[in-house]
Design a protein around this ligand. Sequence first.
Ligand SMILES: Nc1ncnc2c1ncn2[C@@H]1O[C@H](COP(=O)(O)OP(=O)(O)OP(=O)(O)O)[C@@H](O)[C@H]1O
Ligand SMILES: C=C(C)CCOP(=O)(O)O
Length: 335
Amino acid sequence: MAEEAAQEQQTDPAASRPVRCIVKLGGAAITNKGELESIDAASLRSACAQLRQAMSHGGAAGKVVGMDWSRRPGDPTGPVVDVEGLSEMGGLGLDSNFVVVHGAGSFGHFQASRSGVHKGGLHSTLVKAGFVATRISVTSLNQEIVRALAREGIPSVGMSPFACGWSTKQRNLESVDASQIMLSLHVGFVPVLHGDAVLDELLDCTILSGDVIIRHLAQLLSPKYVVFLTDVHGVYDRPPSDPNAVLLREIAVDENGSWSIVKPALKGNKKGVEISVAAHDTTGGMETKILEAAAIARLGVDVYITKVGTEHSLRALKGDTSSEDWLGTVIRSSR
Ligand SMILES: Nc1ncnc2c1ncn2[C@@H]1O[C@H](COP(=O)(O)OP(=O)(O)OP(=O)(O)O)[C@@H](O)[C@H]1O
Ligand SMILES: C=C(C)CCOP(=O)(O)O
């Protein structure tokens, strides 16, 4: 089924509340990328707290209604839930029309690259086992992120693309059922999706990046803006490990989808960006992010790429990046 036809099957987006922001919690931002299945707890906490601040009406954060009612490791008694207090509350006081998508970081990429899930071939026992292992890993991260958001009082619900029936053809999105996302937004939940192992019509299976999911959701939901939070301040003219790397402040995308650096003016009329991608990364790293961000900008939706856990990430989540001292990369349409 073609992507357009698949979209026609969705619930009418006009019937839902307009989405304010789609945010990617990058795997590099919320996990320790060099350490297998390790969450960067401080960054995750900060991202969730900032999301709550961005959702709070008029910026005033009211009482946090904890929604993670499960026992945590090392806690013998489990959580105390104020059922009566909650039943008397009028509402959450949050403008929660956000969608969260997270990457895999040190969850999932390792299993996928060791088994070759991204290249397909489910007849191989290694690929089949790797598909299962990748999903166990990335869905366990999804669970932790949903819990971290719930502890901040954000009514988040985890949704896996594979389980929702999303699939690809030669790695391009082919069948997408977003009806559950639309319905969840409609009743005030915050859907939390993630990059996933999915079935592919030609390859049997592949890895679908969170960055690609975001582009598709942006087409479907027309958010006011899209934010990518990662472990660096934005897109640089070369890998940021190079001490001479320059942060690109603004990239413009024309109607054909080609992009150019607007700010700063680089010496020697430099047009390109040099990118390095980690060996175990199965989805193309920063290169995929720029391509997908450019496709989103082409739709007329501004994209902000910035570093998690900074004042700049909070400003991006609030859609407030206009002042000169905001640190990050804006990718927007040149029209
Ligand atoms: N030119 C460049 N500009 C910015 N970052 C770059 C560049 N080249 C390489 N990188 C690397 O890209 C990484 C961020 O991309 P990556 O895809 O890993 O982010 P993420 O979305 O947070 O993670 P994940 O893909 O696991 O969800 C940074 O750690 C940075 O070192
Ligand atoms: C399961 C995996 C490896 C998903 C990858 O998603 P991404 O980190 O957003 O590129």
